[in-house]
Design a protein around this ligand. Structure first.
Ligand SMILES: [Zn+2]
Length: 121
């Protein structure tokens, strides 16, 4: 999975690899390539919690449907829970990527694009 800067698409977002225990969610302060500040304000990544929640609920529903269709309903809860546990680093990292790619350009236009954006009417 390529977790690259939402503005230039080249700089890395995370300092460590995903298998780096305890550090997989450490992000650079700025994009190493275009210098975009990854955290426009303190606590920006707090919002990633909501994305994690959405991703987890989405996974449970999708997993439930797949298990049901496959006839493995008896193993659904255990299977989905194991899958979620194994994928916690993926979920946390993608939640942050969603913040950077969706919330950042919407809420912090000036910081994201580097200059004030005029409303076009
Ligand atoms: Zn960049």
């Amino acid at each position: 999975m390529a977790c690259k800067c939402p503005r230039c698409g080249k700089g890395r977002v995370f300092t460590q690899s995903i298998v780096s225990l305890g550090k997989f969610s450490d992000t650079f302060d700025n994009c190493p390539n275009c210098n975009l500040a990854y955290e426009p304000e303190t606590g920006f990544f707090f919002g990633a919690m909501y994305w994690s929640y959405a991703l987890i609920v989405g996974t449970i529903i999708t997993g439930g449907v797949i298990m049901k269709l496959a006839g493995w309903w008896d193993y659904a809860i255990g299977g989905i829970m194991a899958f979620l546990l194994l994928n916690i680093p993926v979920i946390i990292r993608y939640s942050r990527m969603l913040m950077l790619f969706i919330v950042y350009p919407m809420m912090y236009k000036e910081k994201f694009y580097g200059h004030p954006i005029e409303d076009e009417e």
